[in-house]
Design a protein around this ligand. Structure first.
Ligand code: SAM
Length: 282
């Protein structure tokens, strides 16, 4: 396990993932009933953008840095408000230093009745994560393989909630592992939502993943993509996407408002673009 998210925190992939995560939480809070968030690949929770790792790549400057520096139309600002509000609350002096990863963002937006389950496999990252949430009775941190553990968490006792899956994509069969885990998880919790992030690199793998969902009979699948284009041959990430099962019915429309603006704001060169596609109907 070489991947450390500290090098990538706040980059364009995180922007898409965390905007969507914040929208999911906002949607689930429309009802008074409690819900559970299960984050299978949690990372360390929150990131210091002045750290050596983050400084080394500076990826956040092309992601969250650009979003915060840009003028935003009102409709976009309204949709991004939960995510940006959480970031601003952690940086009260106005300087962007602390970037909430998926666990910290979820925790900041949760109500006292909501719960969060986090798995992280990297020993050092798990230690940092578990220390961050030590003594927090709303958060459970577990040092396990997220692919293996997911099945045992489903269905959650709240009977409401969603799974966020954000693998490191260090291995070539990550899409296949994701397909197996998601199909198995959906069979146990078909009323739940699943949000899977992926980099736009292995397009054959992405097709295999989508085919597996179709073959398994999964319904109501939405795919979102944000591509920033290429600034040169060494561009580390062209873009990323998310595939959601049982997304909030409001999400596609929200993303049709936000993604054109994000694409324009984050574009690096030719190939920039966005996609909102209902892959499988309800
Ligand atoms: N979701 C985090 C966020 O948004 O802040 C970032 C997660 S990062 C992309 C992927 C994480 O998955 C890394 O911290 C890595 O150590 C961890 N990881 C890799 N394989 C794993 C596995 N099989 N089970 C659980 N965690 C794993």
């Amino acid at each position: 396990m070489n991947y450390r998210h500290a090098y990538h925190a706040g980059n364009i992939g995180d922007v898409l993932k965390h905007v969507v995560l914040a929208r999911l939480i906002t949607y689930f809070q429309r009802k008074d009933k409690p819900f559970r968030i299960i984050d299978t690949h949690a990372g360390i929770g929150t990131y210091d953008l002045t750290s050596e790792e983050t400084q080394k790549t500076g990826e956040w400057q092309d992601g969250v840095g650009k979003v915060l520096a840009a003028d935003m139309p009102e409709d976009v600002a309204a949709i991004l408000a939960p995510w940006l509000g959480a970031i601003r609350a952690r940086n009260a002096d106005g300087e962007l230093r602390h970037y909430p990863g998926s666990p910290a963002l979820a925790r900041d937006l949760m109500r006292p009745i909501d719960r969060l389950t986090l798995t992280e496999l990297h020993p050092a990252d798990f230690k940092t994560l578990s220390e961050l949430f030590a003594g927090d009775h709303q958060v459970k941190t577990i040092h396990l393989d997220g692919w293996m553990a997911l099945n045992s968490f489903l269905p959650p006792k709240e009977k409401r909630g969603f799974v966020i899956i954000d693998p490191a994509f260090e291995v070539t069969d990550e899409f296949d592992r994701m397909a197996r885990a998601v199909v198995k998880g959906w069979r146990k919790f078909s009323a739940g939502s699943f949000a899977c992030w992926y980099p736009l690199k292995d397009i054959a793998g992405l097709f295999r993943f989508h085919d597996a969902l179709i073959q398994a009979g999964v319904r109501d699948v939405l795919t979102l993509e944000l591509k920033v284009g290429r600034s040169g041959p060494d561009t580390p990430m062209l873009g990323s996407g998310m595939t959601l099962i049982n997304p909030p019915f409001t999400l596609a429309e929200e993303m049709r408002t936000v993604l054109p603006w994000l694409t324009e704001t984050l574009a690096k060169g030719p190939g920039a673009g966005w996609r909102v596609e209902q892959l499988i109907e309800e």
